[in-house]
Each structure stands twice: as structure tokens, then as C-alpha cells.
Design a protein around this ligand. Sequence first.
Ligand SMILES: *[C@@H]1O[C@H](CO)[C@@H](O)[C@H](O)[C@H]1NC(C)=O
Ligand SMILES: *[C@@H]1O[C@H](CO)[C@@H](O)[C@H](O)[C@H]1NC(C)=O
Ligand SMILES: *[C@@H]1O[C@H](CO)[C@@H](O)[C@H](O)[C@H]1NC(C)=O
Ligand SMILES: *[C@@H]1O[C@H](CO)[C@@H](O)[C@H](O)[C@H]1NC(C)=O
Ligand SMILES: *[C@@H]1O[C@H](CO)[C@@H](O)[C@H](O)[C@H]1NC(C)=O
Ligand SMILES: *[C@@H]1O[C@H](CO)[C@@H](O)[C@H](O)[C@H]1NC(C)=O
Ligand SMILES: *[C@@H]1O[C@H](CO)[C@@H](O)[C@H](O)[C@H]1NC(C)=O
Length: 888
Amino acid sequence: MKAALSLALISALSASATKSISDIKRVTNLATVPNKFIVEVSAPAALASKRELGTPHEQLYRSLKARKISFDVENEYDSPGLFVGAALTLADTQAVSKILETEGVVAIRPIRTYARPKPVLIKAGISPKDAGLPDAESTHVMTGVDKLHAKGITGKGVKIGIIDSGIDYSHPSLGGKFGSGNKIAGGFDFVGDGYTGGNAPTPDEDPMDCGGHGTHVAGIVGANPGNEFNISGVAPDATIFGYRIFGCEGSTNDDVIVDALLRGVKDGMNILTLSLGGSDGWTEGTGSVVSSRIAATGRIVTIAAGNEGASGSWYTASPGNGIDVISVASVDNVVIPLQTIQVTGVTHAPIVYYATFPLPVNGTLPLYATSKTSDVADDACNSNPLPADTPDLSGFVVLVRRGTCNFTEKLANVAAHGAKVVLIYDNGRGFAGISVGDYTAVLIQTEDGNFLAEQLASGAKISVSFPQTGGTVNFDDPKGGLVSDFSTFGPTNDMYFKPALAAPGGNIMSTYPLAKGKWALLSGTSMATPFVAGSSALLLQFKGKNAAVGRSARTLFQSTAATVSSSKTDNDPLQPASQQGAGLIQVYDALYATTTLSKGELLLNDTAHFAGKQKFTVTNNGKKAKSYSLKHVAAATALTLDKNSFPALYPVPVSANVAQVSFNADKFKLQPGQSHEVAVTVKAPTGDEAASLPVYSGYIYVSSANEIVHTSYLGVAAALKNTKVVDNTDIFFGVQLPTILDSTGNPQKGAVNYTFVGDNAPTLLWRQLFGTPALRFDLVDAATKFTPTLKTRAKDSHVISFTQKHNGGTFAKVPILGPLLELQYLSRNDEQQETAQYTVALTNTFANGTVIPNGTYKVLLRALKVTGNPTNEDDWESWLSPIFGIAA
Ligand SMILES: *[C@@H]1O[C@H](CO)[C@@H](O)[C@H](O)[C@H]1NC(C)=O
Ligand SMILES: *[C@@H]1O[C@H](CO)[C@@H](O)[C@H](O)[C@H]1NC(C)=O
Ligand SMILES: *[C@@H]1O[C@H](CO)[C@@H](O)[C@H](O)[C@H]1NC(C)=O
Ligand SMILES: *[C@@H]1O[C@H](CO)[C@@H](O)[C@H](O)[C@H]1NC(C)=O
Ligand SMILES: *[C@@H]1O[C@H](CO)[C@@H](O)[C@H](O)[C@H]1NC(C)=O
Ligand SMILES: *[C@@H]1O[C@H](CO)[C@@H](O)[C@H](O)[C@H]1NC(C)=O
Ligand SMILES: *[C@@H]1O[C@H](CO)[C@@H](O)[C@H](O)[C@H]1NC(C)=O
């Protein structure tokens, strides 16, 4: 029998695995560190009468010892007004409730882990010979930063703390040196090279980057102009501090992030920027809470919204979900770098193909087309086999038309004749990246393919080559200026407006560690976030480095942003605000706006907590009287759940049912310095099924003769409390969930006694369709009379009978033998990711470590619905496990 602590948490199905239950791996997948918690205590001011008792930390430790709670201190925080407390490792997680009852303790939260940021695209070591790479100017032009630089507004005197993987300050465009007086003027390494998120940090003074991410971020904030790529940061004269919180490999944790945030405040940073986060949906983690408090004091905090657009809604990342933080979405750069082919034998400019890296093909090879004309729809498909006299194609580059069958089928057919390199030409479907498995094949555009096919048909001898350097061109991205596909969708489960706004983050060139090629092209909200940090430096330099300007920053950037369409087709609706926020930042407009709004976001909440009557103030800060008119433009309504209550994946379906908005007055006139209060009445849309959880949003434009600003609104046309939180279907694994896996990893069939020796132990498996504010597992008697809300497989439901009516419905009346696990603010699962499900391996102990006696039991799972009242039993979903025996 193992003296294991409470529950070990294991699991994970990798996204690429089949959805087979037996593939579930036994590795932890809850994004929290088992047994580590951050305790927050009252600041000394609140305990003035007790100062003689020592520091708040000493008082806390004394109280915990008096209560016989054993703990180790991992970290202490002492920033009165922001955060005072400690990160503790507890021997017994049941101590959590005792700690919460301890005098002076304000909160205790689990320590969340954050994976290393994964840029969507990484192209390192780009060469200056790759002429035509998108210089940073294209993003500056998209946002008006170029105009501010021309006026000499470059962030001088503003301090920006970058919390990331460190910075390679030896990069010449980042100043070449570290320390006071340099661009990278300070910072700290909180973790050391060897930190993985799962071991002890070894801090030092030197925040040198061994990853690359932080160096790229630093260049977006403040690279010096005048380099070989003509790149410059948004705020090249700002002073940067590097706070390193990632080792060379692995993840990081909330306890380290909080340390870095508070250090940044102590070092006098005006702006803190974090290009990191974990998909979440809640505003409540320690990192989120502390970031938000720092922002509320007038420092500007910019944090990435996340790169999980593929996973659908309600998924924005923490700590960016912190309420007062600026959570940043990504818009694609207007240009993307693509590769070209050189053509000989006919006169034609280099032909663009859709690839970031050159195809690794040497020399000049003759071109061979599989069809004589360019209009063969099923070119090289099974339905149109290559003729028997087709030559050996291994010495050729083979030209094949797109269409009828898939790429793999075409490529297999030409490969059967020896083909090694294939150009597929588009048939009008659209020029984009294609997936071709292990084949060497790329897409070219329709016109280019037609030209080559026709020239070959008319007898031309054409050869092509793939330049390995110097072949990169600036291609006008057909999706440039639109919200990046990968940018994560909000809102939060508590209906906050996340992300706040967007900045260029798709296809961004910036500095990279010298050891890793000096320059790189990356995509991600990690790249959009420092853009807003740099923009904030321009704002503070221009309007003054004070708390009032800091507090106004988000509203100012939101109200002057450019709202983004869902496509480049005229009259298509605006992209939902739950993905673009208030729109693409327009930094020049934000600084020079003469009309200001008191609110950049109107939070309408759900139908049960509907805040349909809203007010905001319009102020004319200009020198002339202005006549204003109001106009409402709705964005597309996002239908966020599918028919099974699973999150709807990208592209999130949209509906044209939108809110109706009316005002107290559509037009008004303001003298200089005057304000007007706009009263807004919003009627939520009704045309969509509440079960699809329609997230509606839109914009109220306030226009004068020479200026348009806007406020954004967002709500959900359903009551969140009706949303299912636990998956009770068999859709995902073909097995009804939740379930208990036996020691072979298969769903338990019939009664089983577990010995808890080696793998002989049960594992709970469940999926969260939606986040839950509270989830608990309790051990109950096998004969428990309780009717759960969720079905168990018929053959497992042994002893269930209807329970006596609980008067007052108090949840506490369900008789339990003891708690096994309690979780707060749990994120939903994501079928696109490793966290497709949660699993918990049971041990034969309660959460407090006490051994459970031999006998037969069930596990009772209870999950609180969003906005549910924890004391109301009806607001919880519940599930009773099959009977299992303990014989340990
Ligand atoms: C760099 O920028 C300068 C000034 O904007 C311009 O004249 C020059 O052509 C640019 N060089 C490259 C390589 O883009
Ligand atoms: C291309 O040529 C180089 C140098 O001869 C060689 O190292 C490389 O393996 C070749 N690549 C391919 C794909 O044949
Ligand atoms: C492509 O089509 C073939 C049938 O020819 C099919 O077996 C294969 O699964 C398809 N591949 C993809 C990626 O759709
Ligand atoms: C929406 O209402 C719920 C329930 O009252 C509340 O907890 C939440 O904070 C509200 N959200 C906002 C953004 O006001
Ligand atoms: C541990 O928890 C169990 C179940 O709640 C309880 O019966 C037992 O008394 C607890 N043990 C200690 C030492 O608190
Ligand atoms: C499990 O153990 C109990 C005694 O605790 C025994 O009555 C029961 O028959 C055992 N069940 C199985 C399936 O071995
Ligand atoms: C529990 O059951 C196991 C297996 O039957 C047995 O070895 C063990 O002694 C039992 N423990 C107690 C305390 O009875």
C-alpha cells in the first residue's frame, strides 16, 4: 500500500492521437501544481494594532503552525496595496479550508502552470538577402506608428518591463549591452537556465535569453532603427527591463509570474507586458488578479489573449483575463513573405509559391505537366489515371492542377511514376498553405499554373529552380488586416470583454538571439502584445507618465481602434468582438483624438443578469464646437456551442441575428470642454437557440465632421446557468462520460476491488464542456441514495433511488464519507489540444491523506454551473460513479 497523498492527477490525450480511451496517457494535465498554493494575507495597514506580532508573513506562519498545518514556504510577496502573501507547499491539501479560516488570510489559490508560448510560425535566421521581407514598417503603417515616429514620439523616458524568456541584450539592435544607461537597462532572472516549471528556480541577476521568444518581443517593443532589415520597434527610445521567468525548456508557474509582476512595480515600470498565458476562461487566477490590481493603480499591463482560435469561444488566456488588464488579440500583417521559383525557357517573372521556407530542391529541373491543357478538373486523380507511357518523373518538377480529388491522392499517383517534386496549381479555390504530408509539393496561383501548362502544351521546354536564398518576396496577404485565425475567442465565463483589442501579430519580423540567427519572423498574440506595450509608451511620453493616463489607456486605445471585418468581401459583417475586441489599435488616432469616451466596453452580461441599459459620456476636448451623431453597427453573432453543447470550433459559426440598439438622442452638439451622457438601450437578439449560446456584439460609433470614435458592447443571448458544464455523452470516446477507468485503462465493467498496488487503481475520466467555478469529488457509500443529474451507463446504475427532498435544497445534506478533491475555476477541455479530457487517478486515501478503510464505495462528482449559487443543489451537475471496492 502506497502512502500516496490524496489524489494523484494524471492524464492526457494528444491532439494527434485517435480519440481512443485506451490511448489516454498517465500524465498530469490539470494546469495547476499539485499541493502548491498562493496564500494572500491582509496588508499590514489593515492589521495596524497587531504590528507588534511581527510581519504579516510571520503572523501567518505562526497561525498555521498553531493549527498544526505543515507547509514549506516557496516564495514571499510583500507589496502592500497590491499583494502580500506567500507561495506554500502543503503536506495536506485538505489544509486549504483550514488556511482560509485563519485570521488575516484573504484568499488561497492554486498555483497555475503556463506552457511556454508557442508562436504559430517561427522562421529564425532570416537573411538580409531575403529582400522584401515585411519590414516592421508595414505594421507601423497599419496602426499610425510611423506618423508618430515622424513627429519624434518614440517612447523616450518610459520604462517597459518585459516578462518573458529573457532578452539577448547583446543584439546590436537592442543596444548590445545590459545595465543602466542602455536600452535593456535592467531586469532579473527569476528562474535560471535549468528551470522547467517542475523544479526549483535558481535565480540570478542576468536575464539573458536562451529561448528566443523574449528577444523577439523586445525588438517589437523597442528595436533600434538603422539595421539591415530597416526594422524598428514601436518605441525605440523606451527603456526596457527584462524579467526572465522561463528556463531554457519547459513551462512556468503563477508564483514566479507574481514575483516578476511585483518586482516590475518596485523597479518603477510604467508598463508591464506578458506575451504568455494559458487558455482559461476565468478572471480569477492569482496571476490575473495581481495583474489586474497593478493595472488599476495606473500602470499599463498588456497580456496576450492566446493562440487557440481553432478551439472556439470562451477560452481567452490568463493572466490576460485579469479584469483591468489589456488582453491583446492578433491581426495579420498586410504582407507575408513567400518563396519564389525561377523559370527558364519562357519569359516569366519569378513565380510565388506558398511556403515560408524555400523547398529544399537543388539545381534546375525540367517541368512536366500531367495534362495537356489547364482545364482538366480531375488532373492526376484516380478517376483520370496517368497514361502507361508516362516517363519516369523523378528528374522532373511535376505540374498538377488542383481539384476533384484531394492532394494526397494526386501526389500518390504521380509519385507512383517516380515524381519527387510537385507544383500544384490552384483552380480558383484560393491561394493558401496546403497540407501534403511527407510529399514535397507546394501550391502556386491559378494564373501562373495555367500559363505554365499552356506553354508546355504548346511545346515550350520549361525548367524551374528553387532559390535557397534571396527568393523571398513580400506578398500581399489575402487575409492581411483581418483578425488572425489563431487569435483566441472570448468572452470570459463571467462575461468580461476579452480580448480588449487587436494589434499586428501575424507574420512579424523582429530581433532574435544572435546564437539563433539574429532575426526571425514569428506569428502569435505574443507578437501583438508588445506592439500594444510599445504603443502605450508612445501614449505615456505624449500625455504624461502618470496614473490617470495609465488608467485611461485601454479606453483610449479601444475607442480609437479600427473595427475589423470578417472578410475582404464588401458588406460582410464585422468579426465578432469576442475575437477582435474593440478592433485594430490606431496609435496615432489614440494620441490625437479630441473626442474621448468614458467607456470603451459596455458589458451586457447574460439574459439572467442582463445589463441592457448602459451609459457613457462623450467629451469634446477639441478647440472647436462639434456636432456628433451616433450609429450602431453590429458585429456577427458567434454561435459558440454546437448541437451537442460542445464548443463550436473555428470557423465559429455566425448568425445575422443581432442586437437592436437605441439612444436617448442620436445627435448632439458639444462646445469645447463640454460632455454629453449617452443613454443606450440594447435589446438582445432573439432569433438563435439559447442552447447555441449566441455571443452578440457590436459597436456604437460617435462621429463628428473629422473624427470617429466608438464604444463596444458584448453580451450573450442566453442564461449561462443553463449551460451544461460536464460532458455526459459518448461522443468523444464512444463511452458515456464521466467514467472510471480500471487498471487496464478501460472503462470499469462490473464490480472491481482495487488493491492500489502498482497500476491496480481506478482513474476518474471526465470532460468539461464549459468552465466550472467549483468542482468536487467526494467519496460516498456504495448504497448512497442520491439522484445525480448526469446519467451513468445503464448497467452501472445499481442502487440509485430517489432521494428525500432536501428542504431548502441545501447541498450540504448529501451524506459524504470524505472529500477526495476540490477544484475552483476549472477551465473547459479542448478537443483540439492535449487537454481534451481530465483524468484523476484515485488513491486509497482522502484528500487529507487519511487511509480509506476497505469497503465498497462510489465517487460523487459535483460541478457548479456558471453563475450558479453554490448553496443551491439545483445549480450543480452531479454524477455518481459505478461501485468500486477498496481492498488495499
Ligand atoms: C530603409 O529605410 C529607408 C528610409 O525609410 C529607405 O530609404 C531604404 O530604402 C530602406 N531600406 C530597405 C532595405 O528597405
Ligand atoms: C543539395 O545540395 C547540397 C550541396 O551539394 C547537399 O548538401 C544537399 O543534400 C542537396 N539537397 C538535396 C535535397 O538534394
Ligand atoms: C484523400 O483521398 C483518399 C481517397 O483517395 C482518402 O483515402 C484519404 O483519406 C484522403 N485524405 C485526406 C487527407 O482527406
Ligand atoms: C455577470 O453576472 C454574473 C452573475 O451575477 C457576475 O458574476 C459577473 O461578474 C457579471 N459579469 C460582468 C462582466 O459584469
Ligand atoms: C481526514 O478526512 C476524513 C474524511 O473526511 C476524516 O474522516 C478524517 O477524520 C480526517 N483526518 C484528519 C486527520 O483530519
Ligand atoms: C470485493 O471485496 C468485498 C469485500 O470487501 C467482497 O465482498 C466482494 O466479493 C469483492 N468483490 C469482487 C468482485 O472481488
Ligand atoms: C483490506 O483488504 C486486503 C485485501 O483483502 C487485506 O490484505 C487487508 O488486510 C485489509 N485491510 C484491513 C485493514 O482489513
